[in-house]
Structures are given as structure tokens and as C-alpha cells.
Design a protein around this ligand. Structure first.
Ligand SMILES: [Zn+2]
Ligand SMILES: [Zn+2]
Length: 346
């Protein structure tokens, strides 16, 4: 089969690899129908994730059809259409029993990281019974690719941890695919105002069409000042960080209202100052989390019932074999106005 293979920092190629086979009885082999590229894949290609070794097939998102199942798999059979979760869960370890699948002792985020991933014609999924989801016939499978990672990440790490509730003022810092997915899923809880902050005007315009009530461009506006004015000097009830750099986490700390919640979603590579000298008396909470994909079933139901439409995050389509071009488009997101790309195994 063909697959997108990582060969060390800055190096990748679409090349021939052996088709995966069942190793453990709980495995399934999935023929990929559609997959995508994640910001995390770009981090890997920069060399930021050293556990990923030369020869690894990238990708941790996608939908497909079951080709073969191991003898212990009972919930899936050949021909079933499935959503692949970015988090593999054994369902039995102490973390899985606490629904903290991201820290599963035998799984967690392993696809396209510690084992071969989904940017390929076929992928082996360990613990298939607890790591795959059935796709009902007639569902928009492209939209479901957004449920492998970005929607549960945005919802669990941002909206649920941020405790968004009716009437809240919510600020989302970062209007990339994750920030926009926070914007989509925050609206389950009918906050009164949702403020989006980014440095890209195109993304801010997209945010308005997705339901943002206010947008600010932090490259030319004093966002903290604007938000304090907007909120009568109180600040926001929930500040969700969806970028992963010190400046954006500091912004969250300067706009949070007493009693508020700061929910971190971004992947941070550098230390960030914690301003306890101003926050110690403000009754705020700060949360961090890796996505557990405990909300996938709930999100799936909302996509099927058309309560939410994650397909609006998809801006570009490519054939899977054109994945190197797709990476170029995804890497030059500002110029190409890219949010998510869909790769179809034709
Ligand atoms: Zn991802
Ligand atoms: Zn586990």
C-alpha cells in the first residue's frame, strides 16, 4: 500500500509500505476512506515530537471501512463503516476505568505517533472495540473526520473544562480549526457573547459566520483593553486558549473576570508566566487536559441530527495520493485560507 511516511525533521514522502496485518486479537484493519492533516502533524515534521521515529506513517484522524478484525473483536465486522478516534483505549486499565482514555496505559495518542497512523491506504487499530465508532448509513462521513480529534479536543479541553454556561461571556484566543471548533461547540450552552481573537482577518471573518459576536485582531488592536471596555471592566467568564504560546495564555490571565475559568487547549513548548500576584484573590480556575474522546458519541449524535455541522471547517479537498500537496496547502494556511483539508482514498 501507499502511505505518508516521516523521515526525520522536515522530511516526508508518499511511498510504498507493507499493508498492515492483525497483530493482537483485539486489532482491526481499516481501509481508509477519508483522512486529514492536523497541526500536530506539522509539529512532528518540525521535530517537536522526538518520540516519532524515522519510518513512521503519520495521521491520527479518519473514517474508513473494516477490512478484517481479530478474533477477540466483537463490536465490528468486515464492511462496517467506522470513525477512528485519535485516542486508542484499552477500556480496562486504571485510567480507562476513570474515562481518562488519553492516559490509557496501552493506548492514548499512539496513532501516527508511536504506531503507524491513518495517512495511508490501510491502518491497524489496536483495541478496536473501544477505539472505533460505528457510522450510521447516510451520515456525512467527511464531517465525521472532524470528530476524530478536533471537535472532541475543542469541546472537552475548551468548553467542558471552561464550564461554559448560558449567559456567559466567552473569549476564544485563536481562530484556527481548534478555536473554531470551540466556537461551534460552545454554542451548545448558549453563552451570551463569544469573542474571537486572532491575527488573521480571514479567520476572524469565518468566526463571525460561525456565531462569534465580537472579533479582535491582536496584531493591531489592544485586545485586553477592548475586552475590558466591552465587559464594563469585569472581564470574561471563560477564556479559552487555543494557540499554545506565552502571549495568548497571558492574555487569558489579563481578561478573566473574578470567578472565571481559564481553559488551556493549546500545545505549549515554552514556559508561561503565571500571574498569581493578580489572580490569587480572583476565585479563578485554570485547567489543562489532553483530549479523552469521551464526548465522541455525544458529538456524533449532534452531527447526525444536524445540530452542528463540522463540515464547515473543511476548506480544501485532495486525493490521498496528493497528500504532499495537501501538506503544502495546510502549511501555508494564511495564504491559502486553509482550515481543514480532506484527503480521499480514491
Ligand atoms: Zn490532531
Ligand atoms: Zn487503557
Amino acid at each position: 500500500m501507499q502511505a505518508l511516511v516521516y523521515h526525520g525533521p522536515g522530511k516526508k514522502s508518499w511511498e510504498e509500505k507493507p499493508t498492515p496485518a492483525i497483530i493482537e486479537s483485539s486489532d482491526a484493519i481499516i481501509k481508509i476512506l477519508k483522512t486529514t492533516i492536523c497541526g500536530t502533524d506539522l509539529h512532528i515534521l518540525k521535530g517537536d515530537v522526538p518520540e516519532v521515529t524515522d519510518g513512521r506513517i503519520l495521521g491520527h484522524e479518519g473514517v474508513g471501512v473494516v477490512e478484517e478484525v481479530g478474533s477477540a473483536v466483537t463490536g465490528f465486522k468486515k464492511g462496517d463503516h467506522v470513525l477512528i478516534s485519535c485516542i486508542t483505549s484499552c477500556g480496562k486499565c486504571s485510567y480507562c476505568r476513570k474515562q481518562m482514555y488519553s492516559h490509557c496505559e496501552k493506548g492514548g495518542w499512539i496513532l501516527g505517533h508511536l504506531i503507524d497512523g491513518t495517512q495511508a491506504e490501510y491502518v491497524r487499530i489496536p483495541f478496536a472495540d473501544t477505539s472505533l465508532y460505528h457510522i450510521p448509513p447516510g451520515t456525512d462521513e467527511e464531517a465525521l473526520v472532524m470528530l476524530s480529534d478536533i471537535l472532541p479536543t475543542a469541546f472537552e479541553c475548551g468548553v467542558v473544562n471552561g464550564k461554559v454556561k448560558p449567559g456567559d461571556t466567552v473569549a476564544i484566543i485563536g481562530a484556527g480549526p481548534i478555536g473554531l471548533a470551540v466556537l461551534i461547540t460552545a454554542q451548545f450552552y448558549t453563552p451570551a457573547d463569544i469573542i474571537m481573537i486572532d491575527i488573521d482577518d480571514n479567520r476572524l471573518n469565518v468566526a463571525k459566520t460561525f456565531g462569534a459576536t465580537h472579533t479582535y485582531n491582536s496584531s493591531r488592536e489592544n485586545v485586553a483593553e477592548k475586552i475590558m471596555t466591552l465587559t464594563g471592566q469585569q472581564g470574561v467568564d471563560v477564556a479559552i486558549e487555543a494557540v499554545g504560546v506565552p502571549a495568548t495564555f497571558e492574555l487569558c490571565q489579563s481578561i478573566i473576570a473574578p470567578g472565571g475559568h481559564i481553559a488551556n487547549v493549546g500545545v505549549h513548548g515554552k514556559a508561561v508566566a503565571l500571574h498569581l500576584e493578580t489572580l490569587w484573590s480572583k476565585n479563578i480556575s485554570i485547567t489543562t487536559r489532553l483530549v479523552d474522546t469521551v464526548s465522541t458519541e455525544l458529538l456524533l449524535k449532534n452531527v447526525i441530527s444536524k445540530k452542528i455541522d463540522p463540515s464547515k471547517l473543511i476548506t480544501h479537498h485532495f486525493a490521498l495520493k496528493d497528500i504532499v500537496n495537501a501538506y503544502n496547502t495546510f502549511e501555508h494556511a494564511a495564504d491559502e485560507k486553509t482550515l481543514k483539508v480532506i484527503l480521499t482514498n480514491e
